[in-house]
Write a protein of this length. Sequence first.
Length: 291
Amino acid sequence: MDNRLAFVVSLIVTVLALGLAWLLDSGTQYVAGLPLLVALALFAFAVQWAVYVPSFLGQTEHYYDLAGALTYASVIALAAGLSATDARGGVITALVLIWCGRLGSFLFLRVKRSGKDGRFDDIKPHWGRFLMAWTFQGLWVFMTLLAALVAITSASAQAWDTWATGGLLIWMVGFAIEAVADRQKRRFKADPANEGRFIRHGLWAWSRHPNYFGEIVLWTGIAVMATPLMQGWQWLGWASPVFVCWLLTQVSGVPMLEKRADEKWGGQADYEAYKAATPVLIPRPPRTSAS
């Protein structure tokens, strides 16, 4: 994809996201003349573009994940600060801040330790393609937060109920899976004895991508919590976990990592046995052949 086409794609993505924000907005709050959800979506993109400029000039991707995490935190904090949020909205805000604080710091430290992020090797020399990556991160932030933003900015109030409790429990399970999986992999890579090897113990014996499974589950929990506040077009807030699942399983998550793993270990007996015995995403007890 050349730079001009990448720029057009970035523009289309931005317009579509802003249109969706306008469609889902409750119409009760405005910021600088814009509906609140539209203003929040535009802010998410603006932060990415602001960090993109020095990143392209310096040819570095070191601040990509950190910028994403800070945008999550800023958007959710602004939404809560500009809305008369209730207990459900307050808890959702706290959950998002906890998640982005843990994951953002984890990803930033990981890229600083490794010195690079291989996803950007082919695109960062090209201004349009690199811009598209940052624009898609703005889309990722807004779409992932969609259900949370609907709940926090809703004009109606709902007492804490079984939807809120159930969603909170689902979020806790997902968060625990993601955090434990990341910690296990970080410790594995930190051991020099594991240089050139792949992880296949702990949660990684149950799934080849348990951290991604955990992330899908936790955003599903947020959507469950937000469900009683959805009305009309706001039911599209359920696009949040669907988008996360699609992104991680079809675009930038599982496919890229599976390809790298196949290139590195494909054909090795132990790796092929691990692949045959271990599901790609949804965890299940390991088979004997994966031991």
